[in-house]
Design a protein around this ligand. Structure first.
Ligand SMILES: *Cc1c(COP(=O)(O)O)cnc(C)c1O
Length: 369
């Protein structure tokens, strides 16, 4: 072992070695006839065929650099969501903009708040910026605005809020988000990560567009990885006030979104029928899965996302790790969420009808075993 201060090789700056690398959802299991990957909240219907076609066409011109402004893609987003294109920026996945915001607005000595069961990319970005992550407790697996506000100190510079949250699938009403914003000092940046916004059909939910438009300290981030089924293309976008747009333009990679991604994203955004089908699939299967699994005696956290959090019984033989092993052997790959504070739960992405029925059948057998 070399000491951390070994002068004979380059050393990462303070804080970097405190980062635990992000563990993605597992991929394919081996030796199983058919594998259903239900571990990364991908779209079981796949991307829009129009997006695939557009990416293929764009691939014929791959010798050219992409449009560094991703204008066609931003225009499609602006048209669809009724937004000013000047406030929209595109990134190599929303992870890129979340990480950039941390590195721009945080430094050593600063604190950034995220919630107890919040997305685990946040502490990685906060630590990578040299700042200190502060965890606000949740209440009943839901974000607790009072707990966030109670965690604010003079060092706080940023709050990351996933709404709906992953892996719980719960959300807070927009009135609560407004109350959170109203309670934050004006120099604290509120990042509203709305990766699952498209799936939420509730009157009291809003992704945050209005709050961004009327304030200087709110950014909303969105992704093409979930409802649009384009996780492999890596496209995310943000909606931000002009002064933040300006700063992001200075630091982002000039060609951060590839030409195939721009083409696929534009076509996906304009294919509203595919989005609607994808949302309807989730609206059908989340209640079905929740009901069937509840009948089996499992607790399921009520979800407005495209995934559910399944809690397992306390006995050892039927614990989440046991269930994970049992399901994996049968080709169903779910997500372990111990790192999110749920050692005895699994997160399941809604799959195809076949996969959903298969998981329920397998868990029925598992619980009898
Ligand atoms: C999936 C997800 C993202 C999206 O990440 P991309 O980099 O756009 O693929 C962001 N936030 C949360 C909470 C997510 O679950």
């Amino acid at each position: 072992m070399t000491k951390a201060t070994d002068p004979l090789r380059p050393q990462p700056r303070a804080g970097i070695m405190d980062i635990e690398a992000y563990v993605p959802g597992k991929g394919a299991a081996h030796g199983v006839a058919k594998v259903h990957k239900l571990s990364a909240n991908e779209n079981p219907l796949g991307p829009s065929p129009k997006a695939v076609e557009a990416a293929q066409e764009a691939a014929a011109g791959l010798e050219r650099y992409p449009d560094g402004q991703a204008t066609r893609l931003r225009q499609a987003i602006a048209d669809t969501h009724g937004l000013n294109i000047a406030n929209i920026q595109c990134f190599n996945g929303s992870d890129e903009v979340l990480g950039l915001l941390a590195r721009i607005y945080l430094g050593p000595g600063d604190e950034a708040i995220y919630t107890e069961h919040g997305f685990l990319a946040y502490p990685i970005f906060i630590l990578a910026a040299g700042a200190t992550p502060v965890v606000a407790k949740e209440a009943g697996e839901r974000v607790d605005v009072d707990a966030i506000l109670a965690s604010v100190t003079p060092r706080t510079k940023m709050v990351f809020l996933a709404n709906p949250n992953n892996p719980t699938g719960t959300y807070i009403a927009f009135e609560e988000v407004r109350r959170l914003h109203a309670g934050l000092p004006k120099n604290v940046l509120l990042v509203l990560d709305a990766a699952y916004a498209e799936f939420v059909r509730r009157n009291d939910y809003e992704a945050g567009i209005e709050l961004v438009a009327s304030n200087e300290n709110v950014v909303m981030t969105r992704t093409f990885s979930k409802v649009h089924g384009l996780g492999g293309a890596r496209i995310g976008w943000s909606y931000a006030p002009a002064h933040i747009v300006d700063v992001l333009e200075r630091v982002r990679d000039p060609f951060n979104v590839s030409s195939t991604a721009i083409a696929a994203g534009e076509a996906a955004m304009r294919d509203r029928a595919h989005v609607e089908r994808s949302v309807q699939h989730i609206e059908t299967w989340v209640p079905w899965l929740t009901e069937e699994l509840t009948k089996l005696g499992l607790r399921v956290t009520p979800s407005v996302g495209n995934f559910i959090l399944i809690h397992f019984p306390d006995d050892r033989e039927h614990s989440a790790p046991e269930a994970d092993g049992y399901l994996s052997e049968r080709g169903y790959i779910l997500r372990r969420v111990a790192g999110y504070g749920f050692p005895n739960a699994l997160r399941m992405t809604v799959g195809t009808e076949e996969a959903n029925r298969g998981v329920v059948a397998a868990l029925t057998e598992f619980l009898k075993s």
